[in-house]
Design a protein around this ligand. Sequence first.
Ligand code: UDX
Length: 443
Amino acid sequence: MNLTVIGTGYVGLVSGTCFAEMGNTVTCIDVDSQKIENLKKGIIPIYEPGLEPMVQRNIKNKTLHFSTELSENLENCDIAFIAVGTPMGEDGSADLQYVLQVASQIGQHMSKPLIIVDKSTVPVGTADKVNETIAKELEKRNVSLDFHVVSNPEFLKEGDAINDFMKPDRVVVGSDDELATEKMRTLYAPFFRSSTDRLITMDVKSAEMTKYVANAMLATKISFMNEVANICELVGADVNKVRIGIGSDSRIGYSFIYPGSGYGGSCFPKDVKALKKTAEENGYSAELIGAVENVNDRQKLVIANKVVSHFGENLSNKTFAIWGLAFKPETDDMREAPSIYIIRELVARGAKIKAYDPKAMDEAKHFYLKDISESVEYYNSKYETLDGADAMILLTEWKEFRSPDFAEIKKQLNQPIIFDGRNQYNHERMADNDFKYYQIGKK
Ligand code: UDX
């Protein structure tokens, strides 16, 4: 099939590239000409394992193209995917201006029947708005063309996006038109290698809702466990043991019940807020979803609070070695990363920071922690951050932090203290090694 993917952000670029890898001819469109020039050379703007070689391979095979021109690419296109950003508006709702701009452009330039797919995370009712916008533009042009708007939310995890796309647990397609559904089924058929058909079809609104509910449910599991962790500490229980105890119940399961410094990233914080907002707009106060968000906001500061209770309110003579800045491993994404909140809190109390992250230091330095650059130094290896630091604080569970040389850590730190925001080490072993070891959910 000939596909056009509009928006070369995370979702658009991964989707477009994977569709090309499956043999479709894909053109990815973006208004950012610099980005498009780089992409044409196979240079991608994000870190995502496996993506760059796949982009390069498909450019070479002529299955993947990049362009700033939407109009000319619609001529030969079977399906157009809208994958532009839906940033969080000031009131917590998803800002649809980019999605609707693209819809207008499609209406202005389409010249044959078309399926338009919402791939961006959009609130319930957006497909209707996209539909209206395109219809209005066609009316202005006085042309009548058949088109259908389909909702096909993505469930990609950063750091594992290629795998998620190429071997999906399920693909959700919301469509009110049988032929459009069939076309989507044909497009996705090669992604299901086994005989099980994991394409789930439903009406458009339910598909739009599915995306938010999946993310809100996962965020709820995390906030629930973080709350449990805080209670465990108070009563003298160990949340790591409780986690295993409950996860073994197949109704609960082990996934997404790891306590930590709170969830971050581009999806959970934004989608939980947006779902709450959608409920409000429809006259319903979403108490549980609101609590998920509040617990997460509080959780982001749990490690900073532990530092303060150890060292005192004033941290002006203290230096901390931070291991990990990204919101999770295998990404350079800093959006809503707990590290931002923790580092800011420590710096506000006068502390100096020596930070290391395998991928996210540029993002941190140039954007997220730019305004406090005087208090944060960046190093090229984890051990370099330790010299003269009063404690090590682990905030992202990168594999390379999993079994470090503890003798080296002890040698370099002023005192052997570790604050672990991701429960990476064994409490008993740390005590045997004479570390003062703070973690989440165990005193
Ligand atoms: C998520 C969804 O998983 C994905 O399906 C959706 O399309 C986009 O949002 P992502 O944001 O890439 O993907 O990361 P994910 O691996 O889901 O982790 C999200 C956050 O939850 C991270 O901050 C992570 O540290 C945290 N988390 C996850 C926990 O704190 N505990 C857990 O047990 C699992």
